[in-house]
Structure formats: structure tokens, C-alpha cells
Design a protein around this ligand. Structure first.
Ligand code: AMP
Ligand code: MN
Ligand code: MN
Ligand code: MN
Length: 284
């Protein structure tokens, strides 16, 4: 398959921190011309059966997916898994462990917010949660917008939910080795999500790509809603340097919040190997 394909291999439903159901996302992707689609909820595969059925109903090709939270060099990064066997206990157990710390973390976040005069944020965030095992910073952000503390979720992250801010709680997620292992052992391809978003030094980024490859990682997001056009070029070069396949995905969360809609990004540059070429026999 060529790089000229409207593939959208990164988005979120109510099963993590999106606001649409898997069915609504599939309908929206299809209406926007997506030909190959994956739902990649954070640390969760609970929406995939519904996603697969909805993709089929719309005649869209489909890959299983998830976006795994990882701690590397003291920072959080995300690894997207595509095409794995979602019924395999190895990925299910791994994701369950990764989700495990979210409840206690959320209570600590609420305590930090209460200390600066924002009470009851845990209860407030819970109203926006679709999956009790997946309370995330995004749900707190929606509550702070609803309660008038901030005008939009971007302002909430900037003022309250990023490192050094009152609602930020450092957290230890999965290791890079484990996340890549769960994906590859269950037949999938591991992809570094939106590398342009991380605050790594050049040396740390080199270490990330080297270790990722050494663990069996095979792909990197080049064209994503989180990258600038300059970053498409930058990470196309990195993909070639490290011999990685390239992925494309909007990272769509919500019609009200996301700048990039499903299926609307530019195609992958033609000189890269698309991840879907590696996953030809996993496409449903
Ligand atoms: P969590 O997994 O609970 O740490 O939440 C991470 C999610 O918050 C990401 O997947 C994004 O959806 C959202 N997010 C993280 N950083 C920002 C930011 N600076 N601005 C807006 N949304 C963000
Ligand atoms: Mn998210
Ligand atoms: Mn992400
Ligand atoms: Mn994402």
C-alpha cells in the first residue's frame, strides 16, 4: 500500500479522554474520507470491539490500537501500539497495570488544586469520566473550564496541570521496554507518538530512538495533529536515519477541543515506509 492513503491511526473515545463514542468517531472518520482507521485510547483496549464493528459498518479498513503512557528519562511519553491481538492477556495485563495508579494520582491532583482554592475537583472531574479506570488530566481540565476557572483546556494545562503547577502530580508509568514488549509480543507494531511534543535534549531524544529500536520498536508518528509542518520534515528525517516506518494520526479528542479533525492531515511524505505496509496482514 502506498503512502497516499487517508489513514488516521491515532484518536480517543469516551473510553479514555475523548468526548465521542467509538461509533461516533468511526462515523466522523468515514465522513471525512478516512480509509484506514485505528482507535488508540490511553492505556485501554475496552473500546476496540465497538470500534472494529463500527469501522466494518462504514466499510473502513481497521487496525487495533492503544496509546501507552511511558516514563523515560524522568519524562512521560506515549507509545502507540497498532495491529496487536487485543484479546491477548499480555497486552491486557500490561495496560491494566499501567492504568492502576490513575485513581490515587487523581486524588493527589485534587488535593493540589484544593490547596490553591479549587475545591471538589476530583468529584468534578469524575462527572466527565467515561471509564472509571481512566481518569486523566483532560477530565480535570474539562471541569475547570465548566466551573469558569479557565476559558479553555489549553489554559488549564498551562496554569494548573503541567510540571511545577498546583494540580500536577509526578507519576511513574510503564517502562519503554515493557510497553514495546506488550505490543510486539502480541503481533503489533510499536510507534513513538508525537515525538515533537517532548522536552528532551538532543542526547535524550537520540537515546529514546536508539533504545526504542533496540526493544523492537518499528515506527514513529511523522504527520500528527501535534506536529508543526517543520516537525513533519524533521521527523521524516529521523525516521529515515533510524530506519523506522512512519505513521499518521490526528490525535483527535473532541469536536470542541481538537484543532485537527479526523482524516484531515496531509499525506505521509512519499519516501517513507508507512506503518500500514508492515501491518498488511493485521488490517481488518
Ligand atoms: P494524563 O494521561 O492523565 O497525564 O493526561 C494526558 C492527556 O492530557 C493527553 O493525552 C492530552 O489529551 C492532554 N494534554 C496533555 N498536555 C496537554 C496540554 N499541554 N494541553 C492540552 N492537553 C494536554
Ligand atoms: Mn489524551
Ligand atoms: Mn499522546
Ligand atoms: Mn493521543
Amino acid at each position: 500500500m502506498t503512502s497516499i492513503l487517508n489513514a488516521d491511526l491515532h484518536c480517543h473515545s469516551v473510553v479514555s479522554d475523548g468526548t465521542l463514542t467509538p461509533e461516533q468517531l468511526a462515523a466522523r472518520a468515514s465522513a471525512n474520507g478516512v480509509e484506514l482507521w485505528a482507535l488508540t485510547d490511553h492505556d485501554e483496549v475496552g473500546g476496540l470491539q465497538r470500534a472494529a464493528a463500527a469501522a466494518k459498518a462504514h466499510g473502513m479498513k481497521y487496525l487495533t490500537g492503544a496509546e501507552i503512557s511511558v516514563t523515560f528519562a524522568g519524562e512521560t511519553l506515549h507509545i502507540v501500539g497498532l495491529g496487536f491481538d487485543a484479546s491477548d492477556p499480555r497486552i491486557q495485563q500490561g495496560l491494566m497495570t499501567t492504568r492502576g495508579g490513575r485513581g490515587p494520582r487523581a486524588m493527589e491532583m485534587a488535593a493540589g488544586l484544593a490547596a490553591v482554592g479549587i475545591p471538589n475537583a476530583y468529584e468534578g472531574a469524575l462527572k466527565f469520566v467515561g471509564n472509571p479506570e481512566l481518569i486523566s488530566r483532560t477530565h480535570f481540565a474539562r471541569f475547570l473550564v465548566e466551573s469558569g476557572v479557565c476559558k479553555d483546556t489549553y489554559e488549564v494545562f498551562r496554569r494548573y496541570l503541567t510540571e511545577g503547577k498546583p494540580g500536577y502530580v509526578p507519576h511513574r508509568w510503564a517502562t519503554l521496554k515493557d510497553a514495546v514488549g506488550w505490543i510486539t509480543q502480541t503481533g503489533g507494531v510499536a510507534v513513538i507518538a508525537h515525538p515533537g511534543r517532548y522536552k528532551f535534549t538532543a542526547n535524550e531524544e537520540y537515546a529514546l530512538f536508539s533504545e526504542f529500536k533496540a526493544h523492537g520498536g518499528q515506527g514513529v508518528e511523522v504527520v500528527t495533529g501535534s506536529h508543526t509542518v517543520a516537525e513533519y520534515v524533521e521527523y521524516a528525517t529521523v525516521a529515515k536515519e533510524f530506519g523506522l516506518a512512519a505513521s499518521r494520526g490526528s490525535d483527535f479528542h473532541s469536536p470542541d477541543e481538537s484543532h485537527t479533525d479526523l482524516g484531515t492531515l496531509p499525506y505521509l511524505p512519499g519516501d517513507l515506509t508507512p506503518v500500514w505496509e508492515l501491518l498488511a496482514d493485521r488490517i481488518q
